[in-house]
Design a protein around this ligand. Sequence first.
Ligand SMILES: Cc1ncc(COP(=O)(O)O)c(C=O)c1O
Length: 315
Amino acid sequence: MISSANLPSPVQVIEHPLFTKHKLTVYVKRDDLIHPVVSGNKWRKLKYNLKHAKSIGYRGALSFGGGYSNHLHALAYACQQQQLPAIGIVRGEQHYETNATLTQAKKWGMSLTFIDRKTYKLRHNETYLTNLKARYPDYFIIPEGGTNLLALKGVSELCDELNSQVEFDTIITPVGSAGTISGIIAGDKQQHNILGIAVLKQAEYLREHIDTLLESHQCNARNWQLFTNFHGGGYAKFSVEDLTKMRAFSQATQLPIEPIYSGKMILALLTLVEQGFFPSGHRIVILHTGGLQGLYGLIEQHKIKADEWLLPLAT
Ligand SMILES: Cc1ncc(COP(=O)(O)O)c(C=O)c1O
């Protein structure tokens, strides 16, 4: 999709006193290093979506996201690379247009349409989508977060890649729209434990969503577990104490993380380790799904301070 992608993404060992104490070996699969913009799960989820859009002869691609969406940010760049016009349907008010995320999306040529939160809730509704298709007949519509069967196909490729790099027992990933965890389950062929950390509140419905995606992918694997109690107050919410713990981990390990996805996964992992969830000798892979551009939005909103996080280079 993008010729400069850094694949296979590297696997690194993470040293941390808590892991040593519990005799665990922890690795991180650095998908955040795949590409400076289309990083992490975005690269994998968009790969076949954009191939499909081009091969069918669509004129462009259209998708949905919040005002600081990692997905829209990556889609804008990837579409520019593919010479595919892109439309982003954004939840919320027009003033988001000037934030760090959407300023870049626009710079890469994405046109933005802002819709109120009530209308945004219809993004999976059949009638709403039919009307949208009628309005943009030449655009391939990609669901929010890029999650569809084409995303599963792209994410599933990380399993063979990872198996050739390291032996492990459990892989852990943050979960939003559930395309990433579903792709891992599909690609894993029941070889490992797969743990998902939901970053949204009341995310129990995602279990059924994962089942549906897997069924359509003809996969009936049951070697996965979704934790819904580590959302820390809801999507993009976190306490000062949580931020302190995330930063301490990032500083101790020199792993760049952000508080919305990777940070919540790390806090969940630390809690599970403290609770003795993993037996001694267990080998765990943390999937770094990227999203580091989101740090700039959080800085802009004064939710975090720039000098306290390992920031990616501005693009
Ligand atoms: C950085 C990052 N990590 C993880 C996720 C969660 O992935 P998924 O929506 O496929 O569950 C997202 C959202 O797509 C994300 O932007």
